[in-house]
Write a protein that binds this ligand. Structure first.
Ligand code: ADP
Ligand code: MG
Length: 683
């Protein structure tokens, strides 16, 4: 166990708590708490290029002596600056001394955020530099960390610097030959450079190394699981049942051919004496849920139990409700499906756990709660994880230990090429649902900028008046210093103000308690909330067919795959649906990326195009999808590193090198990695 961050200078109980909020407890956590973005000191631009809100630096002359006024308790300093192409206003708060520092006629570089105010463009609270000192700063990259209220970027930066000074934690665990063979930067250098890169190339090398490591340890784990699985592959085969045919016939729609094929594959697996271990990949809306239900019903009809685990309570509840609508009363009474989640009362938990232990209940749907220590099953023969990319491999593994060699089915909407899927899910067979149900109105997409904002709001309002609902997605939960992006909390307040409370709004984000999230989701599902402002937590699986608008703020901040998942939340009902991708800057390249979404509704194709278009700038920013258990690595962007890591791992395993002295440090590191991962999921 790495030492607590309390060991660092300047971190007391209060700061420790703040760090805990962003998931940093040990010095090791902090070392791997990578910046979410970097502040780059770009060359100054001509003032005439500034037409709206943006962050920039300008080289300009102070046109007139600065004006100092009192506004309440604050001093406000204002002024005008100019270059050969135009002028701009500047404003500072609480810095009266500037009047004597920045003299009329002086030329400086001013750097900050431009905001319109009363029809004028103001550079707000800009930093200022002499020309010579800005020259030195030019192209420097300052880390910007994810923060929470009370935790400043400076605090994080200082703490990280302190650890980096203790060189002991920076020692490499890969032997040098190994590193050279795979073209990897040294570990310590990589950590230094990911936090404080001196240039873009260094950052790239650092990132490559750290991404490699994430994949590498992951792959070693998967291969170990595979070894274990192979020796335990055999379960009791299920008998074919009529009930599943009956259900298929009763569906209000016909299964697509792709669904049928995948269901046959699963049925065959279930009938075989080998335990099933299968991944079903299918794009959002391809209809994976019904396939899971069929497998559960087949299991229950055979007198055994089936459990379906979803990553959120909201989704679990939804699955439970749709199963209810699919089954007849008689079937329901026979299987006695139950819902088990963290927000059940103690009494409910006790009752439901009892029903699982006695085997009265044949079908369980829920969250992690399904495989907590005190949950026992009578004869669990099928475990399903929905949205597998949200769980770690170990969670899947833990889950399957609840039964005697149960059949394992995992479902994922993350479209990844087969070659990569084989590496990431090495221990699973793969089925693909590569077809969407027909008769869906294609979603209308548009990529717009700030100028379209008021039109967008008007449009949403109209949709609400027609009885529909809308989602608005922001990248951040709350305001975070240095990160230029919309946040849920302030955004929703502004919307309420804009609409005078005439439209009912609500918020949903990852920092809320599960019970709060459930409540909000239920209010949204029932139409009580009309516009839901949230983070990407809404991206996973939810189904509110009445929602027809998905508006995404700072769309350039998200990976295309993520945007595609978000878009999948609308277009689920009969009505025409719309997706509005709002970009905060008008860079050509960004627009091109986003336009891929406009041209295609096929997640697989989008992922492929996205990879082609990803430029060096995409290393930055918070595009990380949070999928699987990677911190920095992104399976789309880093496919080639994934393949490299896979080759390296295979070579080590095949050659048995891991047992050599040279590789001892690496071996120890692997053990720690696996132990940590196990601890993470012990609830
Ligand atoms: P996902 O694959 O994203 O989990 P779901 O299983 O939630 O998709 O299905 C999305 C919607 O499509 C649901 O409302 C479901 O009832 C419907 N659906 C599933 N299969 C078909 C089909 N073959 N034809 C028409 N609608 C379908
Ligand atoms: Mg789903």
């Amino acid at each position: 166990m790495a030492p607590s961050i309390r060991e660092l200078k300047g971190i007391g109980e209060k700061t420790e708590k703040l760090f805990a909020k962003v998931g940093v407890r040990t010095t090791d956590d902090l070392l791997h708490y990578y910046p979410r973005d970097y502040d780059i000191y770009d060359s100054p631009i001509p003032i005439s290029k500034i037409t709206g809100p943006m962050k920039c630096a300008v080289k300009a002359r102070v046109s007139q002596t600065l004006d100092v006024k009192k506004a309440g308790a604050r001093t406000v300093v204002t002024g005008k600056i100019e270059d050969d192409t135009g002028y701009l206003f500047v404003i500072w708060f609480g810095m009266p001394f500037l009047r004597t520092v920045l003299k009329r006629g002086g030329i400086y570089v001013f750097r900050g955020k431009v905001e319109p105010k009363n029809g004028r463009l103001y550079l707000e609270q800009p930093e200022y530099f002499s020309l010579a000192s800005y020259e030195k700063m030019l192209h420097a990259m300052q880390p910007i960390y994810g923060l929470t209220k009370g935790l400043t970027n400076k605090t994080v930066t200082k703490a990280v610097r302190q650890i980096l000074e203790q060189k002991s934690c920076l020692k490499d665990y890969f032997p040098e030959d190994f590193r050279r063979q795979y073209g990897l930067e040294d570990y310590g250098t990589s950590l230094m450079d990911i936090h404080f890169p001196s240039c873009f190339d260094m950052l790239k090398k650092a990132r490559k190394r750290l991404v490699f490591d994430e994949f590498f340890f992951f792959i070693l784990t998967v291969s170990r699981l595979k070894e274990q699985a192979d020796s335990t592959l055999s379960s009791f085969p299920l008998k074919e049942v009529w009930k599943t045919e009956e259900l298929v016939e009763r569906l209000p729609y016909e299964l697509t051919n792709a669904q049928k094929n995948v269901w046959y594959e699963i049925e065959r697996d279930l009938k075989s004496p080998r335990a099933m271990a299968r991944l079903v990949q299918g794009d959002v809306g391809s209809g994976k849920t019904v396939i899971a239900f069929l497998a559960m019903v087949m299991t229950a009809e055979n007198g055994a139990q089936a459990a379906l685990m979803a990553p959120t309570e909201v989704l679990a509840k939804q699955h439970y409700d749709s199963l209810k609508s699919l089954l007849s009363q008689e079937e329901w009474d026979c299987y006695q499906p139950l819902l088990l989640t963290g927000s059940n009362t103690q009494k409910e938990k006790r009752e439901r756990q009892g029903a699982l232990k006695s085997g009265v209940s044949k079908i369980a749907i829920g969250t992690h709660a399904l495989f907590q220590k005190n949950v026992e099953y009578q004869n669990l023969a099928l475990v399903i994880t929905d949205e597998q990319h949200r769980f770690g491999v170990h969670q899947r593994e833990e889950f399957s230990h609840k039964g005697e060699k149960p059949n394992v089915l995992v479902m994922s909407a993350t479209p990844i090429p087969r070659t990569l899927a084989v590496i990431l899910y090495g221990d699973l067979d793969i089925s693909v649902i590569d077809e969407l149900p027909a008769k869906r109105l294609p979603i209308k997409n548009c990529v717009v900028d700030q100028r379209y904002r008021s039109t967008a709001y008007r449009f949403i309002r109209e949709q609400i008046q027609e009885g529909h609902q809308a989602y608005v997605i922001c990248p951040l939960v709350e305001e975070s210093e240095g990160l230029e992006a919309e946040n849920v909390i302030d955004y929703e307040k502004n919307l309420r103000r804009l609409w005078n409370g005439e439209i009912r709004t609500g918020i949903l984000h990852g920092k809320m308690r599960p019970s709060e999230k459930n409540e909000v989701m239920e209010q949204f599902a029932s139409g009580q909330i009309q516009v839901l402002v949230g983070t990407t937590v809404v991206e996973v699986g939810v189904n509110v067919p009445n929602a027809t608008v998905m508006m995404v703020e700072n769309a350039e901040r998200f990976g295309l795959a993520s945007l595609h998942q978000l878009r999948g939340r609308v277009g689920r009902g009969e009505a025409q649906s719309y997706c509005i991708f709002m970009q905060s800057n008008q860079e050509q390249e960004q627009s091109r990326r986003l336009e891929i979404l406009g041209k295609s509704n096929d997640g697989f194709q989008i992922a492929a195009e996205d990879m082609k278009l990803r430029g060096p700038g995409d290393l930055l920013g918070f595009r990380q999808s949070g999928d699987l258990e990677f911190n920095l690595a992104d399976i789309y962007q880093d496919g080639s590193i994934l393949e490299l890591a896979s080759r390296a791992a295979a070579q080590l395993i095949v050659s048995g090198s891991l047992n050599q002295e040279e590789y001892r440090k690496l071996k120890d590191k692997c053990e720690i990695y696996m132990k940590n991962k196990m601890e993470e999921i012990q609830l």
